[in-house]
Design a protein around this ligand. Structure first.
Ligand SMILES: *Cc1c(COP(=O)(O)O)cnc(C)c1O
Length: 228
């Protein structure tokens, strides 16, 4: 059974291979380790191995683990899950980046949660690449309005788009659509250069399609323990 350091090194080597194959520089990619369902101790182990970007998809876990590791001041916490507006304040307190803004009401709640002196919060528009509204994300025809809504907020900074690959389609064409949406957003908001895409099963395809932020869980952390 390979250990955490080996799995991390192996994933990073595969990221390097995929970047080279796509004619891209791996140095321009941010590898986020998704630690959901794992204990805060794993975040500590990852930090000792040099990991600085970690991701969570549930607010309670994000809040608990970021509090337990508050001494690791150089960690960047990425919130990547569907969020209820009543969790916006807690998310804003704990996360440095929110990848999953999929409606104006959530953007407004995150904006309203800003306290005096808070840094601007980096956010991405989550796009739904499927026809199933239950999968989260704004439908493609709503991207532009949501992006402009976010860009008008003083306390949020739109950095780009995020998506999860569909279950019933090859990831490459879906990620290509995401890249097209990202270009459309960038034409209006030049700052929005990030594309958050690619998980354990499909990060090579995401890199080939221009992803800048990879969200990788089980390939690095091992099997997730059952949800508490
Ligand atoms: C869990 C999760 C990931 C990581 O998934 P793996 O398949 O374990 O790499 C990435 N993105 C989101 C939104 C997730 O919920």
């Amino acid at each position: 059974m390979p250990d955490l350091a080996q799995r991390l090194a192996e994933v990073d080597a595969r990221i390097g291979d995929a970047a080279r194959a796509a004619g891209r520089d791996a140095g321009e990619l941010t590898r986020i380790v998704v630690t959901k369902f794992h204990a805060a101790a794993l975040v500590r182990e990852l930090h000792a191995l040099g990991v600085r970007d970690v991701g969570e998809n549930r607010q309670q876990e994000l809040s608990a683990k970021s509090t337990e590791t508050v001494d690791l001041a150089d960690l960047t916490w990425h919130f990547i899950g569907q969020a209820q507006t009543n969790k916006a304040r807690a998310i804003r307190r704990a996360a440095h980046v929110v990848h999953s803004v999929d409606r104006a009401r959530l953007a407004d709640a995150l904006d309203a949660a800003a306290e005096p002196g808070d840094p601007v919060l980096d956010v991405l528009v989550q796009v739904n690449l499927t026809d199933d509204p239950g999968r989260g994300g704004v439908a493609p025809d709503g991207i532009d309005a949501l992006a402009e809504h976010i860009a008008a907020s003083d306390t949020l900074r739109l950095r780009g788009v995020m998506a999860v690959a569909p279950l019933d389609e090859e990831p490459a064409p879906a990620f290509q659509r995401l890249a097209d949406y990202a270009a459309r957003v960038r034409a209006v908001i030049p700052d929005a250069t990030w594309i958050s895409a690619g998980m354990t099963a499909d990060f090579a395809e995401a890199i080939a399609c221009g992803a800048t932020h990879l969200r990788i869980g089980s390939a690095i952390t091992g099997e997730r323990p059952p949800r508490a």
